[in-house]
Write a protein that binds this ligand. Sequence first.
Ligand SMILES: O=c1ccn([C@@H]2O[C@H](COP(=O)(O)O)[C@@H](O)[C@H]2O)c(=O)[nH]1
Length: 244
Amino acid sequence: MQQTVDIRERMIVALDFSTLEEVKQCIEPLEGHIRYVKVGMELAYAEGPAIVSYLKEKGLKVFLDLKVHDIPNTAKGAMRSLARLGADMVNVHAAGGIAMMAAAREGLEQGTAAGAARPILIGVTMLTSTGLSTMNQELMIPGSVEDVVVHYAMLTKQAGLDGVVASPLEVPMIKKAAGYEFVTVTPGIRPIGADQGDQTRITTPEEAFRLGSDYLVIGRAITNAKDPVATWQSIVQTVEADRK
Ligand SMILES: O=c1ccn([C@@H]2O[C@H](COP(=O)(O)O)[C@@H](O)[C@H]2O)c(=O)[nH]1
């Protein structure tokens, strides 16, 4: 990422809540600080499309993280509908394969209003909660996590998507294989001392940017913090100091 980019535009706060009330409580103190938020399944299923409009009216960019994964025709229709909601970024599971991802992109293009920018479309590689033994033994996917992630990233690129979701740890290999312009969106972010929770492939915000991540997704480290604004400011300061 270029040195001139404001990193606050690249730090996406995951709003993993189930009510609009909880969202308001979380974002009101953070207004003027955060620029980009993520709406996942919990919030989208509970509050419906109106939550996207609400956040957009607040001046925030929205990553609608619904991880579409279905047969190509259904994925295409889903994306056609999602395009109308006004999100800035949407995603599918790369494990759906090239035909599904290409259909999703077509649906997204069809659904995007004339003159409007198509949302960024990315493919989820291997969930950041998945470790090597789960992948090899439980899911019966052989090889290293890095190789599988890069393979999924290349499928995503072949399907014409803009980038992938992966752990920051895999970003250098993804960029090497898919090119510098291929977008990497990375959850699994844990500031020093933060609880790892259910995530497996993690690193700090400053290390994630150092590894080349284009966007960081940060949820509980901020939303569950005693003082979310202070935590946000501390992350921004740490990253900015590291980038000097
Ligand atoms: O591989 C993935 C894909 C998506 N996520 C989502 O990111 C956030 C991370 O939240 P934290 O609280 O910072 O762990 C969450 O909404 C996930 O659904 C992911 O973690 N890994």
